[in-house]
Design a protein around this ligand. Structure first.
Ligand SMILES: O=C(O)CCC(=O)C(=O)O
Length: 359
């Protein structure tokens, strides 16, 4: 597809716009009124006496209990994860085994990268053919309304796609930290895949094997959301659901912005200290999420996408398909699916819905 070789219009760095001191954002970033952020983070919760507005948050799960000698604690944790995947498609994990210091350093090094002079970042300017490198838009539709963010996208796995020369050489510790962080987070994803397999009643290794065993894909997208003079008119990242198997998101420790759709309301996630946010997909709920921006502070987040091996045919586990519960989508490879969604950019669940098998 030739349209995926280059961007349809000159690329504008959102950070440059933000730093130019404008007080009104260009029309390209203004969302239609129905898509603009509403900042409510509350839900009406019944109490004994009346209905009261109470902040709600996605579940927070302590992974340490998975390794407890106490079988009931372990089972309780599996149950909490299963419930979170079904009800939310999102949860936070604490005591996950990844070093807190590494999490802090990797976030910091990326913040420093985005604050380098523009020429240092332009060396890595990306194209829509692979998206690898420094980018400012998703999707190649000419004239599309754009999101208020820049990003850096790279392949960590499989080894055959990993090219450290495409990772930032500056700040000097960046490549090393990406390597260390990728290793730890991929290990954690592997553990979570086991949990999801067990919870689905499949063998412990089922999902990992179905995703290509040691040849799974893992990509990192680091998002940078610059300060925005009119945050109520735009979004940092439009609604989307992730295409791969599992996403592990390291949010900004100081600035919230991620919102999850729950019963048609947008709920702002309140990140727990040193937690990862887990986004489940596929058989479990793969939920719409988006990011809002603000006028006071920029925001950095790291999304590690744990994907199937790109040329494997993806279809439901035979054990889970019945006459009453047939496959919803025709089989396709992850490469085919990704190519399909990359032409459009984030647009909620519309893309996956359009692939549904006719009934
Ligand atoms: O920045 C965030 O919190 C979310 C990022 C995200 O959803 C993504 O990169 O797909």
């Amino acid at each position: 597809m030739n349209c995926l070789l280059r961007w349809p219009e000159p690329v504008v760095r959102v950070q440059s716009l933000s730093e130019s001191g404008i007080s009104a954002i260009p029309a390209r970033y203004i969302k239609p009124p129905s898509d603009r952020p509403s900042r409510n983070n509350t839900a009406a919760t019944p109490t004994t006496k009346n209905f009261e507005a109470t902040p709600i948050n996605i579940p927070i799960i302590n992974l340490q209990n998975l390794f407890s000698d106490d079988q009931s604690l372990c089972e309780e944790t599996l149950g909490l994860i299963s419930q979170a995947c079904r009800e939310w498609g999102f949860f936070q994990v604490v005591n996950h085994g990844v070093s807190h210091e590494l999490m802090r350093r990797v976030r910091e090094v990326w913040r420093e990268f985005f604050h380098l002079p523009i020429e240092a970042k332009q060396e890595y300017a990306n194209s829509p053919s692979t998206y690898e490198g420094y980018g400012s838009r998703l999707g190649v539709e000419k004239g599309a309304i754009l999101d208020w963010s820049d990003y850096f996208f790279l392949h960590y796995m499989p080894q055959s796609l990993r090219n450290e020369n495409k990772w930032p050489a500056l700040p000097p510790s960046c490549r090393k930290l990406i390597g260390e962080y990728g290793e730890e987070v991929v290990k954690l994803c592997g553990r979570l895949m086991k949990v999801l397999s067990i919870n689905l009643g499949l063998g412990e290794e089922y999902l990992q094997n179905a995703f290509g065993g040691d040849n799974i894909g893992a990509c990192l997208r680091v998002n940078f959301y610059p300060k925005c003079p009119q945050p109520d008119l735009t979004l940092g990242l439009s609604p989307h659901s992730d295409p791969g198997g599992l996403t592990l998101l390291l949010p900004d420790e100081n600035v919230s912005g991620l919102q999850v759709r729950k019963s048609n309301e947008w709920v702002t996630v309140d990140p727990a200290p040193n937690a990862f946010i887990v986004v489940s997909n596929a058989i479990y709920k793969s939920v719409d999420h988006r990011v809002i921006v603000n006028a006071a502070k920029d925001r950095v987040s790291l999304a590690l996408f744990y994907n199937p091996k790109s040329d494997l045919l993806i279809e439901p586990a035979k054990e889970l398909v019945t006459e009453d519960r047939p496959a919803l989508y025709p089989p396709m490879t992850f490469d085919e699916y990704r190519l399909y969604i990359r032409t459009k950019g984030p647009c909620g669940k519309a893309q996956v819905e359009s692939l549904k098998s006719p009934r």
